[in-house]
Design a binder for this molecule. Structure first.
Ligand SMILES: Cc1cc2nc3c(=O)[nH]c(=O)nc-3n(C[C@H](O)[C@H](O)[C@H](O)COP(=O)(O)O)c2cc1C
Length: 365
């Protein structure tokens, strides 16, 4: 019996196996509105046989977009555009769909990767003034963010809750809050970006306060039986930054509030980071959080081979594995993993005849 193909449950969410599609920005929205690209991209991934498809970082406010081309969910127009995409995807796939709600903070207003990534300054075409916990830029020479005041914090918190309500209206099965990769909620957590001297900065308790408030607001706004999870960076991989001990303390605080799961990634806070990149390099971070809490734990990062994923779940390092680049490279990765490990996957009826003769029971009903 394959561990990777053993069903799992998170709240009311029934997962057919342990493979999650990690959120991946597409920089292909039109003023926050999902486009035909999202129909093709999400439609493709929804046929992959994974257990859960997480929609890319979706900005809760226009100024929270990483780039001007990011997906958003802050208005009736953006909600309607995503609704159209979901309606089409759901015609052909019953894969559960979750969404990652995000605010980029000081890492907002940048060019899409294929346009060079760098910051777009507020006085440049399509750029805007960024906000953050403190007026410290991500990289030297960048236009600094404006530190959020009490009204600014309330606006962001309400926007997350509002986007969660819109997600519920769209029938999405799960919400994940993006508190990783150096974006706004992570900026509150990390001493490298948060130098506030009010109740949102300084001690660990103060630095976790705003992300926990956002979690509470979203939890209240999203149906109680549906999961709300948090994606964190387990460490900044930098001197004086956020680390695994602080992550564990934050995870315990989330668990006490009923958080459904934690997705443990890493990095993204500072250009000075030193990441020991290699296969499964973030698994030890997930394992550390797993051994300190009893929440479902998702791991991610250079998980590419079927046996590697099987071993991670089988040894209990994490409950779920997330794939990003590997599943773009091979959108039927879960089919191939199932064939290799003796599992089964759900496939659309149009594709049933593609089942290889040597795997006559690959597709389940
Ligand atoms: C094209 C692309 C877009 C991404 N966008 C997001 C995102 O929207 N939100 C997020 O938390 N991580 C994002 N990531 C990071 C991935 O979710 C994942 O953590 C990372 O790629 C490591 O996993 P992998 O080795 O399986 O690719 C993105 C990665 C890629 C390659």
């Amino acid at each position: 019996m394959s561990a990777l193909f053993t069903p799992y449950r998170v709240g009311s969410l029934e997962l057919r196996n342990r493979i999650v599609i990690a959120p991946m920005c597409q920089y292909s929205a039109d003023e926050g509105r999902a486009t035909d690209w999202h129909v093709i991209h999400l439609g493709n991934l929804a046929l992959s046989g994974a257990a859960l498809l997480m929609i890319e970082a979706t900005a809760v406010l226009p100024e929270g977009r990483i780039s001007p081309d990011d997906l958003g969910l802050w208005s009736d127009e953006t909600e309607e555009a995503l609704g159209r995409v979901l309606e089409i995807v759901r015609c052909y796939s019953d894969m559960p769909l979750g969404i990652q709600l995000a605010h980029a903070g000081r890492k907002a207003s940048t060019h899409a990767p294929w346009k060079g990534r760098g910051q777009i300054r507020p006085d440049e075409d399509r750029g805007w003034q960024t906000v953050a916990p403190s007026a410290i830029p991500f990289a030297e020479g960048e236009n600094p963010p404006v530190a959020l005041d009490q009204d600014g914090l309330a606006k962001v918190r309400d926007a997350f809750a509002d986007a969660a309500r819109r997600s519920a209206r769209l029938g999405l099965d799960a919400v994940q809050l993006h508190a990783a990769h150096g974006y706004l909620l992570h900026q509150f957590l990390s001493p490298l970006a948060n130098r506030r001297d009010d109740e949102y900065g300084g001690s660990l308790e103060n630095r976790t306060r705003f992300p926990l408030e956002v979690y509470d607001a979203v939890r209240q706004a999203f149906p109680a039986e549906k999961p709300v999870s948090m994606r964190v960076s387990g460490t900044d991989w930098a001197e004086g930054g956020w680390d695994i001990d602080q992550t564990i303390a934050f995870a315990k605080a989330l668990e006490a509030r009923g958080c459904s799961a934690i997705h443990v990634s890493s990095g993204g806070m500072t250009p000075a980071q030193q990441i020991p990149v290699g296969p499964s390099y973030q698994v030890p971070l997930a394992r550390a959080v797993k051994s300190a809490t009893s929440m479902p734990i998702i791991t991610v990062g250079l998980i590419t081979s079927y046996d590697q994923a099987e071993a991670i779940v089988g040894t209990g390092d994490a409950d779920l594995v997330a794939l990003a680049r590997a599943i773009i490279y091979d959108p039927h990765w879960p089919w191939h993993a199932a064939a290799h490990l003796g599992g089964t996957v759900r496939a659309p009826k149009q594709y049933l005849r593609s089942q290889p003769g040597r795997h006559p029971h690959l597709f389940d009903d």
